[in-house]
Ligand binder design. Structure first.
Ligand code: ADP
Length: 446
């Protein structure tokens, strides 16, 4: 996938997310407007219901009052006597005698006849001795009214100063029954929208990350294949040329020349073998097929050997290695072959990535974390953004046309893997055009 396609995918993704958001917001706005309208309608209906309820209750109470009057042979007006104190609370004045059980049964019957199936309490006030008698809660169970003595009435008002007898009726549940919409239950749809957006953005971010990772991986693999072909081509063509020369030369005429070409073939073949071996080693490392053969190994001895070998090979360029071997404990329990490869890899890189006379400093020390090894060069250095990735498999710093150094991007990956297999750590610090220092730490084994 090239850069343009990725950009197109990202732009299309962003446009789709924005469109989804807009559609969601429009639909939420509409739903909210509809909901508000419904609530207004509902509230209106509720208030109408309350008015209707109050009207019917007053009719009921007048009927009850007529029955009381009939029983007391009283012919006074019933309209003034019924007073609505609240939508669910009424008071009725009367003259004469009234028994609580009588009032209870009249109220129950009339409420039933008027189809007012709501629980109620009533009380009777006697103006002579200024006492109030309270009823228990009268519950409508779906077919009839029944007294429920377990409920303690919660009266809104206890007025004992009236000059006439009266009785009151109170419907405790009316407001709740007429309020079907409970606002606390409703979670704002924007909360859901925010959750969905967060989820979509997370998913989108993850998808973009995967695309970039895949892209980098495929670039890195292509680079590796190009490098590998290039690296293998040189020894193969050298071998081809040398063998052609041998075929053309008569062994009797020039045996030295033949020996030279044979030596070249042997050297190039060794180089090929080494390169194939390096790649195979990495594959084994990845599959955890490499088993370390640990033994007591003197790191200082190795470093002296490295110095001699490298300085011998760098004779022409005048490259130098300075050793500062300060570690008192330098014999470690490690795999000598792999640890030698690690050191050679780092020193080779120090020379490879240097455009002037290589000056390498190798220092050892002991600290509380264990054995420390530092390899410092005066090479081209590594930019901060590349420094994070140099230990990744196949990673090579993109150097453009600045220099043409061969490699597979596997050396530092191998270094890191081997150091970690020894429970050690490795990191690099670098300054561009000044040099790089690789620091390795091996903890002591108890
Ligand atoms: P290779 O050398 O085969 O490319 P490595 O894994 O050894 O692979 O190194 C990865 C990259 O890190 C190199 O391509 C190079 O750009 C950078 N690098 C490694 N060592 C040094 C160093 N001493 N100085 C500057 N750059 C380095």
């Amino acid at each position: 996938m090239n850069r343009r396609t990725i950009n197109a995918v990202i732009v299309l993704g962003v446009i789709s997310v924005v469109c989804i958001l807009l559609i969601q917001m429009i639909s939420i706005n509409r739903t909210e407007a509809l909901q508000e309208r419904n609530i207004r309608v509902q509230q209106r209906e509720d208030s109408l219901n309350l008015v209707h309820f109050a009207d019917r209750t007053q009719i009921t109470l007048r009927n009850v009052l007529r029955q009381i009057k009939r029983a007391n042979s009283d012919s006074s007006d019933v309209f003034e006597a019924v007073k609505m104190i609240d939508n669910n609370y009424f008071r009725v004045e009367f003259y004469g005698e009234l028994e609580s059980f009588e009032l209870g049964s009249w109220l129950s019957r009339e409420l039933y006849d008027q189809n007012i199936p709501h629980n109620f309490h009533y009380s009777i006030y006697d103006c002579f001795d200024k006492s109030i008698e309270f009823s228990p809660l009268i519950v409508y169970d779906g077919s009839e009214f029944i007294a429920d003595s377990s409920e303690i009435p919660d009266w809104p008002e206890k007025d004992t100063l009236a000059t006439d007898h009266y009785f009151t009726i109170f419907f405790p549940d009316i407001y709740e029954e007429l309020k079907p919409i409970k606002e606390a239950d409703t979670i704002s749809p924007y909360t859901y929208l925010v959750l969905i957006v967060v989820f979509v953005l997370l998913f989108f971010g993850f998808a973009v990350m995967v695309i970039f990772r895949q892209k980098r991986l495929s670039e890195v693999k292509t680079d590796f294949i190009n490098n590998m072909t290039h690296e293998l081509k040189t020894p193969i063509s050298s071998i081809g040329l040398s063998s052609e020369m041998i075929m053309r030369t008569d062994p009797k005429d020039d045996p030295d020349k033949i020996k030279r070409y044979a030596g070249l073939i042997f050297k190039e073949n060794k180089r090929l073998e080494n390169q194939v071996e390096r790649v195979l080693n990495i594959a084994k490392l990845d599959k955890h097929e490499i088993t370390l053969k640990k033994e007591a190994f003197d790191i200082h001895e190795l470093l002296n050997e490295v110095k001699d070998n490298i300085e011998f090979n760098q004779n022409e360029s005048g490259g130098k290695i300075e050793l500062e071997l300060n570690a008192e404990k330098c014999v470690l329990n490690v795999d000598p072959v792999h640890i030698s490869n690690v050191v050679y890899n780092l020193v080779d890189n120090a020379i490879k990535y240097c455009q002037k006379k290589p000056e390498i400093q190798i220092r050892t020390s002991n600290d509380k974390r264990g054995f420390m090894l530092e390899i410092q060069d005066n090479g081209i250095g590594i930019r901060r953004e590349d420094l994070k990735m140099i230990f990744d498999k196949f990673y090579r710093v993109p150097t453009g046309n600045l220099h043409d150094v061969k490699g597979f991007g596997l050396g530092l990956y191998y270094v890191k893997k081997i150091v970690e297999e020894h429970q050690g750590t490795v990191y690099a610090r670098s300054a561009l055009n000044k040099g790089t220092t690789f620091v390795i730490n091996f903890p002591y084994e108890d």
